[in-house]
Unconditional design. Structure first.
Lengths: 280, 319
């Protein structure tokens, strides 16, 4: 269930891109932060896996607030590259802070879920994989309900469609941006913990790969399209597993990027349509 | 050119600064027509591997392999530039990112150029610094001339409003392709120079973070003027090195000044704090990026901050 964590990272990207039209580069590092918070909660605070997930959500959400106040709000929005560079600065800071604090080596993620194998006909699934999938799908459904059914969710959709109109209609755009960052970051934090469970080791450099894969998934699902990102994440996970199994592990990444380029050339709106129409 | 004048460390720093300046110009060229690329490291990889293959496997002198490496990267750039014409903004960013990742996968799995072991034993070029200086001077002259030429102005107009430029009769397709190809060519030169200085390259040498750094050089230096990339690359490459020397400055203080009670504590604290190893230096780098974007979102240099250096015309005394 490789794709579940990609999907969660991509949802964060796509939400923030939808609202701010900003490629939030630090998303991968937030993912790494979540994994480390989860590890420390399990190893030093004796928390269970649910405690680790909750803790990662809270810490990463708090980091989302910091990111908005440090690198997004003070930077002028009419220069398209300025917020990109400031969040790149944030990425570099976060990654090297992690190297400084945790050291540059890989750490083993503790086993928190009993390992069991389930057989469904020819398919074998481990209990950890089921758990990852269950957590990811639950989160996605909750998020979808939040966006489609609540007042705040409607405000987010309105802001994504048009900043000025939303502001004129009484939406507090600054608050929407803040909430979006909190949601996007906390989801990426959960993805980090899930990735730790899956790969059973984490390092301060795990963020970049997740960030790039998250971008592919965001594009595959259509920019700003949250359910699209969910489906596309699971799809990319499948494609990677199949190409690794039948072709080779080096070529695995080749396929994901080939998909990226093909999508860009023939269906820039992604497989499931996009909510953002300008700037194509 | 500078034999015996500077030590090896300084020379190495100067070479890397120079290569970064060239790489920054490679981003600047397509950006002049509004194309933002985070795949310049991919073109550097093409130039580096192509020229290294020529010099190492076919024993062709570097002076010939360098332009050939650049040209191959330029041709690849034009090929990539064609599909890039159709898309803009974040889509182009992602396309170039995907391209450079594919290059990485290709060199990783291609055993002819070393594969996972990397490309070893590339002939060392002892005169890299001279080459770098020549290329930089050529860049500055070229982009300086371009900025004031009709071609450069046409490119600026595409950057500002593509539709308007097209309506004015500018061949948008040709210019965008040209700019993208020139950028790739310059990146190829930078990559070739790097390969023959480092003598070892592998698939992780030219990664996404390198492309991102190249982008930050130009934006921090100022993307609206041709001096910007050079200034940005110089400042951002030398800054971490300067942080290293802060501690040496502290040691210059006379001992009598810092031997009594409060001062020695402060001295010890500062001494520990100024120990800029790698992670801490990069953290400082990130902070500089954020502060720069808050204080000067247009970059260090803008068009207004540079007086146009034209030959001063003598006033003709009218009789």
């Amino acid at each position: 269930m490789l794709g579940a964590s990609y999907a969660l990272v991509a949802i964060g990207y796509t939400l923030i891109f939808g609202v701010l039209n900003l490629l939030y580069f630090a998303q991968g590092e937030v993912f790494m932060l979540g994994a480390f918070v989860g590890l420390y909660l399990v190893v030093y605070a004796g928390a269970g896996i649910y405690g680790a997930i909750l803790g990662a959500m809270i810490i990463c959400g708090a980091f989302g607030v910091v990111a908005v106040f440090v690198a997004v709000r003070p930077v002028s929005k009419d220069r398209p590259l300025a917020p990109l560079i400031s969040t790149i600065g944030l990425t570099i800071i976060l990654q090297n802070l992690a190297v400084y604090i945790f050291g540059g080596q890989q750490l083993a993620f503790p086993e928190t879920i009993e390992q069991k194998l389930y057989h469904f006909g020819p398919v074998t699934i481990s209990s950890a994989q089921l758990f990852i999938l269950a957590v990811a799908v639950t989160l996605m459904v909750l998020l979808w309900l939040f966006i489609e059914r609540t007042k705040m969710g409607r405000a987010i959709r309105a802001t994504a469609e048009n900043h000025e109109t939303a502001a004129l209609l009484g939406v507090d755009v600054n608050r929407v941006v803040l909430i979006t960052f909190i949601i996007g970051s906390s989801i990426a934090g959960v993805a980090g913990v899930l990735d730790g469970i899956k790969n059973s080791n984490i390092s301060p450099f795990m963020g970049l790969g997740a960030a790039v894969k998250g971008l592919i998934v965001m594009l595959l699902g259509g920019l700003g399209n949250v359910p699209g990102a969910m489906v596309a994440g699971l799809m990319l996970g499948m494609i990677e597993i199949l190409s690794a199994a039948y072709i080779g592990t080096t070529e695995r990444d080749f396929f994901s990027f080939l998909i990226l380029i093909l999508i860009l050339l023939w269906r820039p709106t992604g497989l499931f349509g996009t909510r953002i129409v300008e700037q194509r | 050119m500078f034999d015996g004048l500077i030590d090896g460390y300084t020379q190495s720093i100067l070479i890397f600064t120079g290569i970064n300046i060239i790489a920054a110009y490679s981003f600047f060229a397509p950006f002049k027509t509004g194309q933002v690329s985070i795949g310049q490291a991919g073109f550097m990889a093409v130039g580096a591997y192509a020229s290294a293959t020529l010099t190492q496997k076919y024993a062709i002198p570097f002076l010939i392999a360098l332009p050939i490496g650049g040209l191959i990267a330029g041709v690849v750039g034009v090929v990539i530039g064609f599909p890039a014409l159709r898309i803009k903004g974040i889509y182009l960013l992602l396309l170039t990112l995907g391209f450079s990742e594919i290059i990485q996968v290709v060199v990783l799995s291609w055993d002819y150029v070393g594969g996972a072991q990397g490309f070893r034993n590339i002939p060392f070029n002892p005169r890299t610094l001279d080459y770098v200086i020549v290329v930089i001077v050529a860049m500055i002259v070229f982009f300086g001339r371009l900025e004031r030429s009709s071609l450069g102005r046409a490119m600026d107009s595409i950057h500002q409003d593509e539709t308007a430029a097209e309506v004015m009769g500018i061949d948008v397709v040709r210019l965008k392709l040209l700019a993208f190809g020139v950028g790739a060519l310059v990146a190829g030169l930078a990559g070739a120079l790097y390969a023959h200085h480092a003598t070892y390259i592998d698939s992780t040498t030219f990664n996404v973070m390198m492309s991102v750094e190249i982008l930050t050089f130009v934006v921090v230096g100022g993307s609206s003027t041709y001096w910007g990339p050079a200034v940005g690359a110089t400042v951002l490459t030398l800054l971490p090195e300067l942080l290293r020397t802060l501690r040496d400055w502290l040691e210059l203080l006379p001992v009598e000044w810092t031997s009594f009670s409060p001062m020695n504590r402060i001295y010890d604290f500062l001494y520990g704090f100024l120990d800029f190893e790698n992670a801490k230096r990069l953290i400082a780098y990130g902070i500089v990026l954020i502060v720069m974007m808050i204080v000067r979102p247009d970059g260090l240099l803008t068009r207004d901050s540079i007086p146009h250096w034209r030959p001063v015309r003598r006033k003709v005394a009218h009789a």
